[in-house]
Design a protein around this ligand. Structure first.
Ligand code: ZN
Length: 344
């Protein structure tokens, strides 16, 4: 029997790689806008490969790529008939990699984009969660993530659905510019409410980069007693532009609609050292479920792992500039090349 999420968290931090949507969008296998994980059915081998790359880089969790594989999103692209097949396939792909690597298998539900806090929408949201959670349970997941919630009440519905399965739950909020949920709850209040309702891990994911998520995490950590999650986007958000949606790029005048989100964020990408630094600082605060969201590459995940003092398989190839042709200090680098270094 492999240890479950809560057993692993009792021993130390757990790393969960995310960011599948952005990675497959930039590779050209799903469309920005609707952001539906069609790659799961069209190129399953690529999804399996990315799962493996994230584990190689240090992820302790293989999260099934069911983010936005929900009824509303499939309706948006007129492919509602693929809903069940897409979910079951995503879960099977993740399970295969979790089984072969001894990592945890996570089911995933998320913001439905139909929640408006009336009885009809609550019923619709609940039904969407129930069908996805049921497929996850049938795939024998170890726990279920409910993520990227703007509304606290929607997150509570997700938690209720997960709790009905008896599996551990991770619930994370996406906190936008005004630093509250859609209802106006502070992040710490939102996390406290979810913890009080029984969530095993609460915290924040997406929307904010390391620099603008960290101050919120400090307050969340102070408000809750249990495990805290942090999965920022790897972008250089600022006090004035605290979310990746709000970033602007005055140096570039060719971006459609003038908004770098989501397809022109390249100049804002954090380097690996910034993610390593974030992981170290967040963990020092007491955050123990760590990852990276939209925009993450395997090098970011490796940096998080190394920030926690680990050496995942990919650390074998972590940089060693002593062997560089010009910048290297190794005795085998010719003196003439070392002297040329300043001219590079
Ligand atoms: Zn994200």
């Amino acid at each position: 029997m492999k240890p479950g999420l809560l057993e692993r968290l009792a021993e130390g931090p757990v790393i969960c790689a995310e960011g599948y949507l952005f990675e497959f969008e930039r590779r050209g296998y799903l469309q920005a806008g609707a952001f539906v994980p069609e790659v799961v059915l069209e190129h399953p081998e690529l999804v399996t490969q990315l799962h493996r790359e994230f584990v190689h880089a240090g992820s302790d969790v293989v999260e099934a790529f069911t983010y936005y594989a929900h009824r509303e999103k499939l309706r948006m692209i007129d492919k509602e008939h693929l809903l069940e097949e897409m979910n079951r396939q995503a879960l099977a792909l993740a399970k295969e990699v979790a089984d072969e690597t001894g990592t945890l298998l996570a089911g995933d539900i998320c913001n439905t984009n139909v929640f408006v806090d009336d009885a009809d929408s609550r019923a619709a949201v609940r039904a969407m969660f129930e069908e996805q959670v049921a497929w996850a349970v049938e795939a024998d997941v170890d726990f279920i993530v409910g993520e990227t919630f703007t509304f606290g009440e929607e997150a509570l519905l997700a938690l209720e659905t997960i709790q009905a399965t008896g599996l551990p739950s991770v619930i994370t909020f996406s906190i936008h510019q005004d630093a509250t949920t859609g209802e106006g709850w502070t992040p710490e209040d939102a996390c406290k409410r979810l913890e009080d309702a029984g969530a095993d891990v609460v915290g924040l994911n997406c929307a904010r980069g390391p620099r603008t998520m960290l101050p919120l995490l400090e307050k969340v950590r102070a408000a809750v007693g249990g495990h805290v999650a942090a999965l920022p986007v790897p972008y250089r958000t600022t006090d004035d532009e605290p979310t990746f949606h709000s970033l602007r790029d005055p140096d570039c005048d060719v971006i459609p609609a003038g908004r770098p989100f989501p397809t022109a964020l390249d100049p804002f990408v954090c380097n690996r050292y910034e993610l390593e630094d974030f992981a170290r600082k967040a963990n020092a605060l007491g955050v123990d479920y760590l990852g990276v969201c939209c925009g993450a590459g395997p090098h970011h995940i490796r940096a998080v792992a190394e920030g926690l003092g680990r050496t995942p398989a990919a650390s074998r190839f972590s940089p060693d500039m002593s062997k560089h042709a010009f910048l290297g200090t190794d005795e085998r680098v010719p003196r003439e090349y070392k002297e040329y270094a300043d001219r590079l």
